[in-house]
Design a protein around this ligand. Structure first.
Ligand SMILES: NC(=O)c1ccc[n+]([C@@H]2O[C@H](COP(=O)([O-])OP(=O)(O)OC[C@H]3O[C@@H](n4cnc5c(N)ncnc54)[C@H](OP(=O)(O)O)[C@@H]3O)[C@@H](O)[C@H]2O)c1
Length: 259
C-alpha cells in the first residue's frame, strides 16, 4: 500500500498538499489535532484516508505516527511536514509556552517524523519540509520562529545527501506570507512587536504556492522559494549585509501598545 503522510493537514498548506497527493497514492494519512477538519477534507477528496489526530509537540503524538507505520508497514511515497506555528514578539513579550511550541513543532517534530518515515520510503519518494522566506536573514521579534526555519533549511539540504542512496529527495519549501490561518495565530497576542498589517500584504495564494512546490519536488529540487519577491529577497539577502537587512525589517515593525 502506498501512502502520503501529511502533517498540518487540518488547514492551509498541509490541506492543500493533501489535495495534490490524494490522486497519487492508495491512502492519505492526515495528521494534526483537529480531527473533524481532517475528516471533512478526506471525505471531500473521495479517496481512502486515515486520520491521525495527534499533538506533535508531545511524544505520544509523534508515537501515534510511529505506531501506524509499524502496524501497516506502508510504502511512503510522500511525506509533507507542514504542521507549524509562529508567534511574533520580543523575548520579553512572548509567552514561554509559545516559544517551546515553535521549537517542539517546527524543529523537533519535523526531524523526528522525517527520521521515522525515511525507512518506509523507496526510490522516487519525496519529502517536503516547511521552511520559510523568513529563514534568509535574522529577524528580531520573530526570532525563535525564523531561527527554527533556518534549522529546517540546513537540515533538509544535509538530509538530501544522506538519502540520495535511497533515491529519495527532500525539498525545503520557503514561501513568503501565504493566505492561511498562520498569520492570524502569529499575531493573536495584542501589544507585542510585530509587522504592520500592510507589510505582509499582498498574501500569496496557498493553491498557487503549493502547486509550485509539488512541481519542484517532482523535479527533485532541494529548495523551493515561491514568488518573484521572495526569490529576489533570497538573492539580495546573500549579498546585502545583515545589519542593513535588520534595519529594513525593523522599519516594517510596530509595537501596538506604543502607538
Ligand atoms: N502561511 C504563511 O505565511 C507561511 C509562510 C512560510 C512558512 N509557513 C509554514 O507553513 C507551514 C504550514 O502553515 P500554514 O500557513 O498552513 O498555517 P495553518 O493554516 O495555521 O496550519 C498549521 C497546521 O499545523 C497544525 N498544527 C499546529 N500545531 C500543531 C500541533 N501541536 N500538533 C499537530 N499539528 C499542529 C494545525 O493543525 P491543528 O491546529 O488542527 O493541530 C494546522 O493543520 C508551517 O510550518 C508554517 O511555519 C507558513
Amino acid at each position: 500500500m502506498t501512502v502520503a503522510i501529511i502533517t498540518g493537514a487540518s488547514s492551509g498548506i498541509g490541506a492543500e498538499f493533501a489535495k495534490h497527493y490524494a490522486k497519487r497514492v492508495d491512502e492519505l494519512w492526515l495528521v494534526a489535532r483537529r480531527k473533524e477538519r481532517m475528516i471533512e477534507l478526506g471525505d471531500s477528496l473521495g479517496v481512502k484516508y486515515r486520520v491521525i489526530s495527534a499533538d506533535l509537540c508531545k511524544k505520544e503524538g509523534i508515537n501515534a505516527i510511529r505506531q501506524a507505520l509499524e502496524s501497516e508497514k506502508p510504502k511512503v511515497k510522500y511525506l509533507v511536514n507542514a504542521a507549524g506555528f509562529g508567534d511574533f514578539g520580543g523575548f520579553d513579550e512572548i509567552d514561554e509556552s509559545k516559544v517551546e511550541m515553535m521549537i517542539d513543532l517546527n524543529v523537533k517534530a519535523t526531524v523526528l517524523i522525517t527520521h521515522m518515515v525515511v525507512p518506509y520510503m523507496e526510490r522516487g519518494g519525496r519529502i517536503i519540509e516547511l521552511g520559510s522566506g523568513s529563514c534568509f536573514t535574522p529577524l528580531p521579534y520573530f526570532n525563535t520562529y525564523s531561527s527554527g526555519k533556518v534549522f529546517v533549511l540546513h537540515y533538509t539540504k544535509s538530509l538530501n545527501h544522506e538519502i540520495k542512496k535511497y533515491g529519495v529527495r527532500a525539498t525545503c519549501f520557503c514561501p513568503g506570507w501565504v493566505h492561511t490561518e498562520f498569520l492570524g495565530k502569529a499575531t493573536a497576542k495584542e501589544g507585542v512587536t510585530r509587522p504592520r498589517d500592510n507589510a505582509m500584504k499582498p498574501l500569496l495564494s496557498c493553491e498557487k504556492v503549493v502547486a509550485g512546490c509539488v512541481r519542484a519536488s517532482d523535479k527533485g529540487r532541494t529548495m523551493y522559494v515561491t514568488n518573484w519577491y521572495t526569490k529576489l529577497q533570497h538573492v539580495l539577502f546573500k549579498i546585502v549585509p545583515d545589519p542593513i537587512l535588520t534595519h529594513l525589517w525593523l522599519g516594517m515593525l510596530e509595537k501596538k501598545n506604543e502607538k
